[in-house]
Design a protein around this ligand. Sequence first.
Ligand code: NAD
Length: 297
Amino acid sequence: MDIGFIGLGNMGFPMARRLIEAKHPLVVFDTRKEVVDKLVVLGAQAASSPKDVADRVETVMASLPSLQASLEVATGKDGVIEGKRVKRFLDLSTTGARMAIKVAETLATKGITGIDLPVSGGVGGAEKGTLAVMYAGPRDGFEELKPVLSAVGKPFFIGEKPGMGQTMKLCNNMLSATAMAASCEMMVMGVKAGLDPAVMVDVINAGSGANTAVRDKFPKSIMTGGFDYGFYTGLMYKDVRVCMEEGEALGVPLPVSSAVHQMWVMANQVNGAGSDFTEIVKIIEGWAGVEVRNKKK
Ligand code: NAD
């Protein structure tokens, strides 16, 4: 199936590459020319705007860094909404349910179906094609799109209403953000008391405290000192903030998530939106005066 892909960043680039490898002709656009050029070398065709992408294909996917970017790309001037051929817009970004509904309703005025399709599993999952792919949109479209979705990961049908995939994603990411913040506290506490972080990781992964932060983020990007997991602090902060807003709109108190939210407010202020999200540990390390790094052999 011919596909358009807009937003070729840490997640979008490897997903677009996998679509090319799965033999889907691809038309791509990003505001950064260098990433477009790299995909053209791999076999994609370059477009000059979201509208240009939507003039050339029926199915447009996007992976963008902010709610505003998703709104503009989908419904703004020179946006997907102005395209001549487009029939469906699949947003892989994390935007929250309310933005997904707003985009879907605006696109519907031009007969375009807005589908939320957030993903989870990080840059590693995008490279390997093992992402959890959360589809919310028409059921028959899910079956039709399955070969495309399977090229990037494991597709889950979440529901027919726009926004349901986004709610699913926010629940997942708040848990991931919580695991990260809480694991940072416990790993720093253990190290300050004299425990070896490598031993802590092995024990926690074999025990009841096991979680994705201790399984993946500590060994790969914190204990090595690399801080290179590939997810920006600003993006995690966005996800947590949107989750808090949606909890409030739904009338669901989130006291534990509130404390986690404050940790990410701090990380965003202190480390900056462009830092790797694993750098949140440095804040707690600074308070405690220790670092959670592999022992030198
Ligand atoms: P990123 O910042 O690496 O990539 C975003 C890309 O969008 C960049 O290449 C940027 O140039 C491009 N862009 C920005 N505005 C644009 C516009 N108006 N038109 C065209 N291109 C534009 O971000 P990312 O890490 O790839 O994340 C993308 C989305 O996926 C976010 O919503 C994020 O929350 C979500 N996500 C990220 C991860 C992860 O681990 N990085 C995992 C799951 C979901």
